[in-house]
Design a protein around this ligand. Sequence first.
Ligand code: ADP
Ligand code: MG
Length: 728
Amino acid sequence: MSTLRFFALKETLNRKPKKIVEEKRRSELFGQNVYSLSKMRQTLTSDAFESVTNAIEKGAKIDRNIADQIASGMKDWALSKGVTHYTHWFQPLTGATAEKHDAFFETIENNGAIEKFGGSQLVQQEPDASSFPSGGIRNTFEARGYTAWDPTSPAFIYGTTLCIPTVFVSYTGEALDYKTPLLRALQAVDSAAVAVCKYFDKNVRKVNASLGWEQEYFLIDSALVSSRPDIQLTGRTLLGHAPAKGQQLDDHYFGTIPNRAMAYMRDLETESMLLGIPVKTRHNEVAPNQFELAPIYEEANLAVDHNSLLMDVMDRVAERHNFKVLFHEKPFKGINGSGKHNNWSLSTDTGVNLLSPGKTPMSNLQFLTFFINTIKAVYEYEELLRAAIASASNDHRLGANEAPPAIISVFIGEQLTHVLNELENVTDGKLSPQEKTDLKLNVVGKIPEILLDNTDRNRTSPFAFTGNKFEFRAVGSKANCANPMTVLNSIVAKQLMEFKVEVDKLIEKKDLKKDEAIFNVLREYIKQSKNILFEGNGYGEAWEKEAKKRGLSNNKTTPEALKVKISEKALALYKELGVMNAIEVEARYEIEMEDYIMRIQIEGRVLGDLARNHIVPTAVKYQNILIENVKGLKEIYGDAFKKVAKAQLDLIEEISTHIETINNMVTKMTNHRKKANEIEEVEAKANAYCTKIKPMLEEIRYHCDKLELLVDDELWPLTKYRELLFTK
Ligand code: ADP
Ligand code: MG
């Protein structure tokens, strides 16, 4: 056993769970480090407070004078909690979070010093943006970017720093981050949904999108991770033979949480509470050492910020517990991967969840309106939704042997399927009084108020209705939720706008009553978007065939999937809604394609190194031992040695074959890489990486994994799957 593998295992086996003392109730800790509205109310003048609430609710501007007051209140609160620095906290297109800390401290005349923080520092900053990805925006336009305060997401203290959530835009106004387009999409869905709500309730003034994410992750001991260069550098194992026992027994899912993991979770939950992240659920996932964490859902922008922040906190808390968190969608071959279900719904400022059936036929018609419009939106833009979750790492889940598939479909359960079938038969044009009564009593009126417990749970669906929300399950565990949330809210906004136009037209031109017009339009939508509905097994080959017949896309790889982002249809959508202009969309496309290329490039390099410098030399060493053994047998047995040494001779040969193949393939892969790197055009380059280099990773792995089975365990340099997954 290599020294590294030996010490890693020894260290891991000696670990004890950290003792966690929880002195206060969670509810007392909740939001202590957040400059929330209630804290603002306590520390701000009523003018300033009103100004902030107007900015949050209506997007109103905050003037300089008021900004100064808010900054001052924020600073006093932060200083009282021992904070020394502040930072504009944002989410550049790297997918991580970014921050640059400045001290409140400033010198004044006569050698004195004070703590200072004014409105201008709160509202806007100019970080040196040149190292963040911009997809060429800054080359073409302006070299600088700035961050600007987003008052809808409250400032928080992390460590000794006051973090102010901000957007990040170039000087020419193009978004350089994930948050800006999300805010624009949320704005679009708000106004489109409010307009539709007015058919049912004139009092609705605002519609919020809600998001409840479920974060899956693996926890692996940090010593074991340091003995695996592949995990360290790429977040996943590039080789490693499946262990004799994997997840077949289903004994991990919802099982007892191991002690060390439990200590980690409790510590993490305390940190989350202080930061106002309402984490609620924790449990084991399907794979060994795989877990899930879910909060209570929140307004989508805040939920996205909280997920990004939480992933960061998870990393930091893991350090204290000698763990490394793996967010990669597929860290281990042959073992379940991780996702991040995005539970989504729309709710009004009058307290109604628009995706939850109500008590009266009218409120159920409202529910059906939003429900069917969402289905239609997904049908119209299924490829764009697929593009929103495309990444090199998520390709290992989508369209690979694991769910959900790369085909986007919607699952709605038996009851609602039945309701839609009934609605499909609604009369064209005016409805007879009898039909109206029938619809009211027997169709719309029959939707049970609580669907939650009745919805069948189809775990293979990428987009499922689960009683009072849609659950977008195909999102990757590593992803920033802003991307899928921007797309989902945009397409629903666009759909609701169209719906409104069509209903109004019917009311005016055909003199239909409001509910008649709504029934008529919904009927057509059901007919048009039927093909997206699928209740069966999403993993099967049969579905692939069926989906193809239905004309649904099946973009299995990221380069294929991403292309849709810059299609005319997508550009037109974003332009119409004001979510992104063509430059912003193209920049993102380029950044994501580059990211794809780089990830596979790095994996290629790491695997090349591991195969040549770790695996092959180990195999040679073992082969030499075998050769010595054969020589000895020959000495003893003379010419008869071949009979006694048969197994050894076979092994020597088998090892040679694998070594040779590995060597050839690594050379071939390096050559492919060199060629691919010369390609200028991003699409062709990504395709080369996808079709030429990526398959070789699998082939090289195959032979390395075979060697793992042949070579003496004592000599094997890399920590094995069994040790990574089952050491507690
Ligand atoms: P599971 O899918 O594991 O059965 P749950 O039903 O417990 O999960 O919910 C998962 C997530 O969905 C949680 O984060 C929860 O807060 C969120 N959620 C529940 N209701 C809504 C809703 N109306 N809108 C958005 N998210 C919701
Ligand atoms: Mg779920």
